[in-house]
Design a binder for this molecule. Structure first.
Ligand code: C2E
Ligand code: CA
Ligand code: CA
Length: 860
C-alpha cells in the first residue's frame, strides 16, 4: 500500500502519450509519428543475469508480456530485463528514435542485436553524468537506424531505486523533437511565471521584512524545483555532471515543499489567531517536515524518500482542509487560499488519476498539475498583492494619522506658546509677554524715558472670596476691557502686540494689570493722566451690582528706577503696594518702599514671638448709641508695638497672621484680653459691650466654640456683653458653614456683627439667614454719602434694608458732625469713628469715657 501511494505520487509528475499496439515486434509506419514499443520482461530478483545469460534459451519460458502500454512495477530494488524487436518493413532505410520518457531511471543498459548477430551496448541513466548521453536530453533517447527490411532484437536492463517505470516509444525523429520542444516551451512558460513571482515576492520580503512573503517565495520555488527535478529539467543546466546533486534535491524537495507550504499557510491564514487546535496541527506538520528533512541525512535514500512522500501527501491535504475551516472561523482570505490550493490539488489529482487509467488522457490531464500549480501561484500572488495593497493603504492611513497627530501636536504647542504669552482669563498679553515687550522697547528707547505702570486692584482678594472664582473671572474680563479702553487715552501710551490683537494693557496676574508709556509725554500731561486714574477708580457695574475695585497704580521709570524689564515691573508693583498708592491711587517707586516689603517679610517671623512676649496691645474704639445717646460699647482693635517699626496697625499684619496660621493664637489672645478688659471696665462700673474681631479662618477652627465658652466661664462674663465681628466677606466664603458655626456660637449668648458691610457682595438670601444681631456699614459706604447724592441714597436703602431684616445698624468711619447728623436722619442705630475718637489704649479710653460731656457732646 505504502509503495502504491509513493508510486502514485511520483507518477503525478510524469506524463506520456500512449497508444496501443500488438505483439512484441514494433515497426513504425511512415505516416505515424510514434508508436508504443510493446515489450516482454523478466524480473531479475536474484541479481543474477547478464546479457549473455538472459539471451540463453533456457530462460525463454520466464519472459512475460507487459500487458499495459508501458512497464510499471513501482519501487523495486532489483533490475528488470525487457525484450522487444524493432523492424523496418519498408523498402527505404529508417532513422528512428527510441525514447524512454521517464527520466528518473538510475541505470539503463540498451543492447541491440544486429541482423548479423553483432551486439551494441549503450549505457545511460540519471546516475551518470549528463554528457555521457547519446542524445543530450532529460529523456533517454536512442537513435535506431534500420536498413530496408532489417529487424533487430533489443534487450533493455533497467535498475533503479525509484519507480520501475519504463515507457518506451518509437518516434520519427522530427516529430519527437517538435513534441519535446513544445513540452519544453510549456514548462518554460510555467517556470518563467513562477520565477517572476518568486522574485517579486522576494523583493517584497526584502523591502518589508515580512516572513509571509519569504515563505510564499520559498514554497513556490520549491514546488517548481520539485517539478523540474521530477522531469529532470534541471539536469542539462545545473551541475549536469553531478547527478548526485539532483538525487539529493529529489530527496529533500518533498519535505521542503511541505515545510514551506505549512509555514506559508500558518502565516497567510493567521491560524494561531483563529484556532489553537489548528495551530497545534500545523506546528505538528512543520515538525514532521523537519523530521523528514533530518531523515534525508540519517536514513538511506530509499527509506527517506518513502518517508517524505508518505508524510507529504496527508500533510498537503491537511493544509488544504485548513482553508475552509479558517474561512468559516472568520478569515475571508482563507477562501482565496482554499481555491488556490484546491486548484493545485485538483490538477495534481487529475493527472494522477489519468496515469492510472481512471480518467481518459487529455491535455488537461497531462498538464493538470502544472496548470493547477501555475493557477495556484497566480491566485495566491494576487491575494498577496491585495494584502500588500491593503497593508500599504493601512500604512498610508497610519502615516496620515501620524501626520495629523504631528500637526495637532504642533498646533497644541503653538497654542501653548500663545497661552504662555496670554492671560487665560482676559485673553490679554500676560506678564511674560509684557516683560518681553518692555525689554524690546527698552532696547530701542534711545534716551527716551519709559514708564512701566502696574495697576493693582486692592480689593481683589476680597472680591474673589465673595463672588467666587467664576464670577471674579467674568468681572476681571469686564475690568480688563474697561481699563484697556481707559488706558488707551493715556498720553504717550505704548501699545502691546498680543496673540489676539493689539492691547494697551496686559494682565500681570489676578487683579493686576500693566501698561507702559513714554514717561516724558505722560509727565507733560499729568492732568489728563490724573483724570484717567480717577476714571479707573470709579466703581464698575457687574451683574446689577456696583463694585468698587479700588485700583491703585504704581509707576517705575526707566532709567531712574531700573534698567531692565523685570526690575521695572517689580518696582512698579512695589509702588502700587504702598499706602501712598492706596491713598492717592498713584505712586511712583521710591527705594524706601522696598524696605517696607522687607519689613513685611521680617514681620512674618516676628509676629508669633510678639504674641508671647507681650508686644501686642488692645486699643478700644467706642460706639455711640444714637437713640440712647450714650456710649454703649467699644471695639477691641489690636496694635503691635514693634521694637524697630514702632506701632504697627493691624492692616499690616492681620493678613500675614492669616496666611501663616498665627491668626489662631492672635485671636485667642485678643479674646482673652478683651474679656479681661470687659471685666475690668465692669468693675469700674462701665457696662460696655465688648466687640471682638474674628477672622474668617477662625470660623473654621473646630474648637473655637469651646474656647469661647471656657473663656466666658473663666471671666464669669455675661455672654450678651460680648459681640463678635466678622466681615461680610468672611461669612460669605462658605455661607452655609458660617451659618452653622455662628448659630452655635450665638447659642452661647454672644452677639454677632457683620463687619464692613457694603464692601462685599452678599446675597441677601443668605444675609437674612445669618445669625447676626448687628450690621456695621463700612466706612467707604458711609464716606460716599459725603461725595454724592447717590451715596446718600445707597446708605438710606442699606439702613432700611438692614432694619427690615431686624439688624441693628452701626455706621463706621463717622468723621464729622454732618455725617453724624445725616446718619441720625437715616435712622442709624449706632456710630463709630474719629468723630468720637480714634481707637484708644485702655487707660486713655477710661479717661475719654470719664469726660462728663461725652454723651451730651454728640447729642444733637
Ligand atoms: P475694622 O474692624 O473695620 O476696624 C475699624 C478700623 O477703622 C480700625 O482700624 C479703626 O482705627 C478705623 N477707624 C475707626 N474710625 C475711623 C474713622 O472715622 N475714619 C477712618 N478712616 N478709620 C477709622 P484698625 O484699628 O487699623 O483696624 C483695621 C482692621 O484690622 C479692622 O477693621 C479689623 O478688620 C482688623 N483688626 C483690628 N483688630 C483686629 C483683631 O483683633 N482681630 C482681627 N481678626 N482683626 C482685627
Ligand atoms: Ca471691626
Ligand atoms: Ca469695620
Amino acid at each position: 500500500m505504502l509503495k502504491l501511494i509513493i508510486q502514485i505520487t511520483l507518477l503525478w509528475m510524469f506524463m506520456t502519450s500512449v497508444q496501443a499496439n500488438a505483439r512484441f515486434e514494433t515497426f513504425l509506419p511512415e505516416q505515424e509519428t510514434s508508436v508504443v514499443v510493446k515489450v516482454e520482461y523478466v524480473a531479475d530478483t536474484q541479481y543474477q543475469h547478464t546479457i549473455e545469460s538472459i539471451r540463453s534459451d533456457k530462460h525463454s519460458d520466464t519472459w512475460q508480456p507487459v500487458l499495459e502500454d508501458y512497464a510499471n512495477f513501482g519501487y523495486q530494488p532489483h533490475p528488470y530485463w525487457y525484450r522487444f524487436t524493432i523492424s523496418n518493413p519498408s523498402d527505404k532505410p529508417a532513422n528512428h528514435m527510441l525514447e524512454i520518457s521517464y527520466p528518473l531511471l538510475d541505470e539503463v543498459d540498451l543492447y541491440r542485436i544486429h541482423s548479423d548477430g553483432a551486439m551494441d551496448h549503450v549505457k545511460t541513466g540519471d546516475r551518470l553524468p549528463y554528457s555521457q548521453r547519446v542524445v543530450e536530453h532529460p529523456h533517454f533517447l536512442f537513435p535506431v537506424a534500420l536498413n530496408p527490411g532489417e529487424r533487430n532484437e533489443f534487450y533493455l536492463r533497467v535498475m533503479t531505486k525509484g519507480s520501475q517505470l519504463v515507457p518506451l516509444n518509437l518516434w520519427q525523429p522530427v516529430p519527437l523533437f517538435v513534441q519535446l520542444s513544445d513540452e519544453d516551451q510549456l514548462h518554460a512558460v510555467y517556470f518563467g511565471i513562477v520565477i517572476v513571482i518568486v522574485f517579486f515576492n522576494l523583493l517584497i520580503f526584502l523591502a518589508l521584512r515580512e516572513k509571509l512573503y519569504f515563505y510564499y517565495s520559498a514554497s513556490a520555488l520549491l514546488f517548481m524545483l520539485f517539478f523540474a527535478i521530477m522531469r529532470a529539467k534541471l539536469f542539462p543546466y545545473i551541475f549536469p555532471n553531478t547527478p548526485e546533486f539532483h538525487h539529493f534535491l529529489l530527496l529533500i524537495l518533498p519535505a521542503s515543499c511541505l515545510l514551506f507550504a505549512a509555514l506559508f499557510t500558518r502565516e497567510f491564514l493567521n491560524i494561531p489567531h483563529y484556532s489553537k487546535k489548528l495551530a497545534q496541527l500545523i506546528n505538528l506538520i512543520i515538525g514532521i517536515a523537519l523530521t523528514c528533512l533530518a531523515g534525508v541525512f540519517l536514513l538511506d535514500n530509499q527509506t527517506s524518500l518513502e518517508f517524505s512522500v508518505l508524510c507529504a501527501i496527508p500533510g498537503t491535504f491537511a493544509l488544504l482542509l485548513m482553508g475552509p475551516i479558517i474561512a468559516i472561523l472568520g478569515n475571508p482570505m482563507a477562501w482565496v487560499y482554499t481555491i488556490a490550493w484546491g486548484i493545485f490539488m485538483f490538477g495534481a489529482t487529475v493527472t494522477a488519476m489519468s496515469k492510472h487509467g481512471f480518467l481518459p488522457v487529455s491535455f488537461m490531464t497531462e498538464y493538470g498539475m502544472q496548470i493547477g500549480s501555475a493557477l495556484e501561484v497566480f491566485i495566491l500572488n494576487a491575494a498577496l498583492a491585495f494584502r500588500f495593497y491593503r497593508e500599504h493603504e493601512e500604512k498610508l492611513v497610519a502615516q496620515e494619522a501620524r501626520l495629523q497627530a504631528h500637526s495637532e501636536r504642533r498646533d497644541a504647542e503653538l497654542r501653548l506658546l500663545q497661552a504662555s504669552m496670554t492671560d487665560p482669563v482676559t485673553m490679554m498679553p500676560n506678564r511674560t509677554s509684557f516683560e518681553q515687550a518692555i525689554h524690546e522697547i527698552l532696547e530701542k528707547r534711545e534716551g527716551r524715558r519709559i514708564a512701566v505702570c502696574a495697576i493693582e486692584i486692592v480689593r481683589f482678594a476680597e472680591i474673589s472670596k465673595t463672588l467666587g472664582h467664576q464670577n471674579t473671572d467674568l468681572l476681571m474680563c469686564e475690568v480688563a476691557k474697561h481699563f484697556n479702553r481707559l488706558v488707551a487715552d493715556v498720553p504717550g501710551i505704548i501699545p502691546l502686540q498680543g496673540v489676539t490683537g493689539q492691547f494697551n494693557l496686559c494682565a500681570l496676574e489676578s487683579g493686576a494689570f500693566g501698561f507702559m508709556l513714554d514717561a516724558d509725554i505722560g509727565e507733560a500731561n499729568t492732568d489728563r493722566i490724573n483724570e484717567i486714574i480717577r476714571a479707573l477708580a470709579t466703581p464698575i457695574d457687574f451683574k446689577e451690582m456696583r463694585i468698587e475695585l479700588q485700583p491703585v497704580t504704581g509707576v517705575a521709570v526707566c532709567p531712574e528706577h531700573g534698567l531692565n524689564a523685570s526690575t521695572l515691573l517689580r518696582h512698579a508693583q512695589v509702588a502700587a503696594d504702598t499706602s501712598e498708592a492706596r491713598e492717592r491711587y498713584l505712586s511712583y517707586y521710591r527705594p524706601e518702599q522696598d524696605q517696607y516689603n522687607a519689613r513685611r517679610l521680617m514681620m512674618i517671623s516676628e509676629l508669633k514671638d510678639a504674641i508671647n512676649e507681650g508686644d501686642l496691645e488692645l486699643y478700644f474704639q467706642p460706639k455711640l448709641d444714637l437713640k440712647a445717646q450714650k456710649i454703649t460699647g467699644v471695639e477691641a482693635l489690636v496694635r503691635w508695638h514693634h521694637s524697630r517699626y514702632g506701632l504697627v496697625r493691624p492692616d499690616d499684619f492681620i493678613a500675614i497672621a492669616e496666611q501663616t496660621g498665627v491668626i489662631r493664637s492672635l485671636t485667642r489672645w485678643v479674646i482673652k484680653e478683651a474679656c479681661a478688659a470687659q471685666t475690668k471696665l465692669a468693675r469700674e462700673g462701665l457696662d460696655l459691650v465688648m466687640a471682638i474681631n474674628l477672622s474668617a479662618i477662625n470660623l473654621r477652627e473646630p474648637d473655637l466654640y469651646d474656647f469661647l465658652r471656657n473663656t466666658l466661664n473663666d471671666f464669669h462674663l455675661d455672654p450678651a456683653r460680648i459681640y463678635l465681628e466678622l466681615t461680610e466677606t468672611s461669612m460669605m466664603q462658605d455661607p452655609l458653614e458660617a451659618i452653622a458655626t455662628l448659630s452655635r456660637i450665638r447659642s452661647l449668648g454672644v452677639g454677632i456683627a457683620i463687619d464692613d458691610f457694603g464692601t462685599g457682595y452678599s446675597s441677601l438670601a443668605y444675609l437674612q439667614d445669618m445669625p447676626a444681631n448687628e450690621i456695621k456699614i463700612d466706612k467707604s459706604l458711609v464716606a460716599a454719602m459725603n461725595i454724592h447724592d447717590q451715596g446718600m441714597a445707597v446708605l438710606q436703602k442699606t439702613i432700611d434694608m438692614c432694619h427690615e431684616l431686624s439688624f441693628r445698624v452701626v455706621a463706621e468711619g463717622v468723621e464729622n458732625g454732618s455725617m453724624l447728623n445725616a446718619l441720625i436722619d437715616l435712622d442709624c442705630d449706632l456710630v463709630q469713628g474719629y468723630l468720637l475718637t480714634p481707637p484708644l489704649p485702655y487707660e486713655r479710653l477710661l479717661d475719654w469715657l470719664a469726660e462728663e460731656s461725652v454723651s451730651s457732646r454728640f447729642a444733637s
